[in-house]
Write a protein that binds this ligand. Structure first.
Ligand code: BEZ
Ligand code: FE
Length: 301
């Protein structure tokens, strides 16, 4: 019996069964499913004891790399495609596609008014981003909050360069107007490598994978009565569109950042010509009505 398939199956069955009395049914489902799949993985690839110890050491190192501005576990989930898979399986299909949060949404964005600039350092190709937020039926959503964050033209977020960039560079928390619109000034973000100086970087190196993400701007959109949306807008002509290190590109999120040479338009947007202009319509899905609670019946007593 030791070492046989039946012995292995019996271990799995016992562990799954150990969770049978979990009061929260969803927690029970999550844990029992995790055990089944994890045990199937072990049965399939048969890691040696040394390999398993190595895996534990690796996860320990991932945890030890985390601090208030560095989230290596999110990064690991990202490069394994799990973050984008979780987003995708939770989509309902009625709004703008979601994509990964990423590890750099670690500070509060400064509140900004429509028309403000999020680029506090000046360097880079001037860019105007114009957004419109609507509900799934096309009606504009006023006072929706739109949290924006992006890297510089050199490919770094403010939290990666605390001695170089002012805190809040590339970030802004905006509200839409009565037409669901807002716009802001920025610089065109660059493609960039995800952090490679930790355990996730070692994994990419050991597997011959590159660390680059195509250029993008992040958004979290929240509107009353609607599901929050975490997404990006990708710069259409950026490299790595077809091989994002975190598998997060969705075609519907790729946006043309058109060059505008018109000096009058530039003046109207308080930028210098030529500049790049990106327009993006964001659709958020209404929150489903809560299920009506069944009336208690006499039998229930
Ligand atoms: C980001 O876009 O900020 C990001 C997402 C996943 C991993 C690393 C960075
Ligand atoms: Fe990013």
């Amino acid at each position: 019996m030791p070492g046989t398939d039946e012995a292995a199956e019996a271990i799995t069955a016992a562990v799954v069964d150990s969770f049978r009395d979990t009061p929260d049914p969803r927690l029970r489902e999550l844990l029992q499913g995790l055990v089944r799949h994890l045990h199937d993985y072990v049965r399939e690839v048969r890691p040696t004891t040394q390999e398993w110890e190595h895996a534990v050491d690796y996860l320990t190192a991932v945890g030890q790399t985390c601090d208030p501005t560095r989230q290596e576990f999110i990064l690991l989930s990202d490069v394994l495609g799990v973050s984008t898979l979780v987003e995708t399986v939770n989509e309902r299909g009625g709004g703008t596609e979601s994509t990964v949060l990423g590890p750099f949404h670690v500070v509060e964005s400064p509140r900004r008014a429509s028309g403000d600039s999020v680029a506090l350092m000046g360097a880079g190709t001037p860019c105007v981003v114009s957004l419109r937020v609507t509900s799934a039926d096309g009606s504009p959503l006023a006072a929706a909050s739109v949290d924006v964050w992006q890297c510089t033209e050199d490919g770094f977020y403010d939290v990666q360069q605390p001695d170089v960039q002012p805190r809040g560079n590339g970030r802004g928390l905006f509200r839409t107007d009565h037409e669901g619109r807002l716009w802001f000034r920025t610089v065109v973000p660059s493609h960039y490598p995800i952090p490679t100086d930790g355990p996730v970087g070692r994994l990419l190196l050991a597997t011959g994978r590159h660390p680059y993400r195509p250029a993008h701007i992040h958004f979290i959109v929240e509107a009353d009565g609607h599901r929050p949306l975490t997404t990006h807008m990708f710069v259409a002509d950026s490299p790595y569109q077809d091989s994002d290190a975190v598998f997060a590109v969705k075609e519907s999120l790729v946006v043309d950042f058109a060059q505008v040479d018109d000096a009058d338009k530039a003046r109207a947007y308080q930028v210098t010509a030529p500049f790049r202009m990106a327009e993006f319509d964001i659709v958020v899905e209404p929150e489903p009505e809560p299920e009506p609670k069944p009336e208690p019946t006499e039998d229930a007593w």
